[in-house]
Design a protein around this ligand. Sequence first.
Ligand SMILES: Nc1ncnc2c1ncn2[C@@H]1O[C@H](COP(=O)(O)OP(=O)(O)OP(=O)(O)O)[C@@H](O)[C@H]1O
Length: 271
Amino acid sequence: MILEVKHGYFGYTKDNDILRDISFVLGEQEIMTILGPNGIGKTTMLKCMTGILQWTQGQTLINGTPMGTSREVQKHYPIGYVPQAHSLSFPYTVREVVTMGRARHIGVCSVPSRYDKEIVDKAMEQVGIVPIRDKPCTQLSGGQLQLVFIARALAGEPKVLVLDEPESHLDFKNQFMMLHLIKTLVKERGISCIMNTHYPEHALRLADTTLLLGKNSYLFGKTQEIITEQRVKEYFDIEAKILSVPYHDESIKAFVVLESFDRAEEAYSSS
Ligand SMILES: Nc1ncnc2c1ncn2[C@@H]1O[C@H](COP(=O)(O)OP(=O)(O)OP(=O)(O)O)[C@@H](O)[C@H]1O
């Protein structure tokens, strides 16, 4: 399935668009990252793209058909949205929360079928949360909850998985495991994926394409061409060097920030 955003505009208030004329294409089994400074509009972008918020102008197309107007398109090409992990106030178990991802498939007065249960089990297995399936979600860590939300999205059998900063609550190793999980899900399920991230390294390691959001402009293209030292300076206002570390048959990219704390202090006090 091909997802396309065409000339998208959005503002929370009139005459104050935070997203202006955004266009990009997500191809079959592609991974795309969205990068940009805090508050630039990354989460808003995901919400407009998935129909949680309405574009004020422009549209999201699925295989060429506008998503907003076609229930058929929404039914046949579901999008799985995984929000930033936040705590749940009601102590639903992990299994119950993941089963909620089947809501579209289960009638209002029906109980989950054997097939629904199999899909839920498969989703929990694939993200590695079977051992905690009977725990109340109020007793989970932020990282565990993030995995539960991914399993909930997978239970809806999405064609596109949309993740808002999936690595944000994870330690160093588990951040890497999350990237690996996303890559595996895309490959094994034949889906595509869009994720917001604050880590340019993660984009370079994982993503085919990248949308780099700035204050008055944006860039979209192949990740290796979009994320350069010059762009990092331009879009994040920070001097960084991208190093290439050879590892087996890969060349892994690492970022080193070339700023001193004294200079940062000066910039902070003059802003
Ligand atoms: N519901 C809302 N009503 C009004 N303004 C909002 C709302 N949600 C977000 N904003 C504003 O819109 C802008 C973009 O917010 P958004 O959360 O999309 O940014 P972001 O790039 O995802 O930020 P971060 O990297 O910090 O998560 C911010 O200035 C934010 O304050």
